[in-house]
Design a protein around this ligand. Sequence first.
Ligand SMILES: [Zn+2]
Length: 93
Amino acid sequence: MSTKQRFCRVCGQPFRFVFDSQVCTTTCGMRKIRGFDLAYLTELPPDQARARRSVHAAIEDEIFVMKMATASRREGRATRRNLLKVKRMKVAL
Ligand SMILES: [Zn+2]
């Protein structure tokens, strides 16, 4: 999914997202922490709720993949830095 919009996990409103945000406002973020995650789905007809649930699952996957990619990039940099350090130490000896 590469749309610029996501559905808030608490109130279900579409919002423009930044990176890994899954709620539209900090208010909804607080409600999510208090256990209202996906609470709005209970007010939807079962068919819509099921469809929306899979949308949220896809978003979670997407965020997970993004975080993995970021982490492995960071790790790659650290590994390269360590290799350089080792090389420099050998030169110094
Ligand atoms: Zn919201």
